[in-house]
Design a protein. Structure first.
Length: 191
């Protein structure tokens, strides 16, 4: 490809179904943005505790070609995802809003073997295999799932303590009201 050759730029549709089949083998660059609700992302929907108004993700992608020494130019995709979902706080077991703001960079390669051989040390960009029917929606959903915290929690001091499993009322008061079993034994021994 000639460095002076200007490639056409294609505007991607914001419709989720249109993102399921994008031709990243074509000699053109892409640009697109949109909003995906939780219902558009079935694997993310399995992770959420509740869906509230406004939950979902704005996405923005841009691709361009870069020349690399000793090889053909490769298409690079810049992906930005920003949004909110509600998960279960692992501290208090109540719903907790989690905001995500991620930026990722990918390099499209021609074959699976090229992607497998891509250096793991390159933390700047991840390899993807280009295809004529690339599922961009699935890639966006993968990146959201990878960004979800393993142990979602409210900020420190925000969680409300919950009632103990075996008693009613506040934990400290319930413990104080119960008689110490060793005191019972001690009293039995005195008698």
């Amino acid at each position: 490809m000639d460095r002076n050759h200007v490639l056409p730029q294609v505007q991607l549709s914001a419709e989720p179904n249109a993102l399921r089949r994008v031709d990243f083998c074509a000699p053109q660059s892409y640009r697109g943005a949109g909003f995906l609700s939780i219902s558009d992302l079935p694997r993310v929907a399995e992770e959420v505790s509740t869906v509230q108004t406004g939950d979902g993700f704005n996405w923005d992608i841009q691709t361009h070609f870069e020349h690399f020494p000793g090889s053909e130019p490769h298409q690079i995709m810049e992906l930005a995802i920003k949004g909110r979902l509600h998960l279960t706080c692992q501290r208090c077991l109540q719903g907790c809003a989690v905001d995500l703001d991620e930026k990722r960079r990918f390099i499209f390669l021609a074959t699976e073997s090229q992607a497998d051989d891509y250096p793991l040390e390159d933390e700047e960009q991840e390899p993807l295999v280009a295809s004529q029917q690339f599922n961009l929606l699935e890639t966006i959903e993968d990146e959201i799932l990878l960004s979800i915290p393993l142990i979602p929690k409210h900020p420190e001091g925000f969680c409300e303590p919950h009632a103990p499993v075996f008693g009613e009322g506040d934990g400290d008061e319930a413990l104080a009201e119960r008689e110490n079993p060793f005191n019972v034994l001690k009293n039995m021994k005195k008698n």
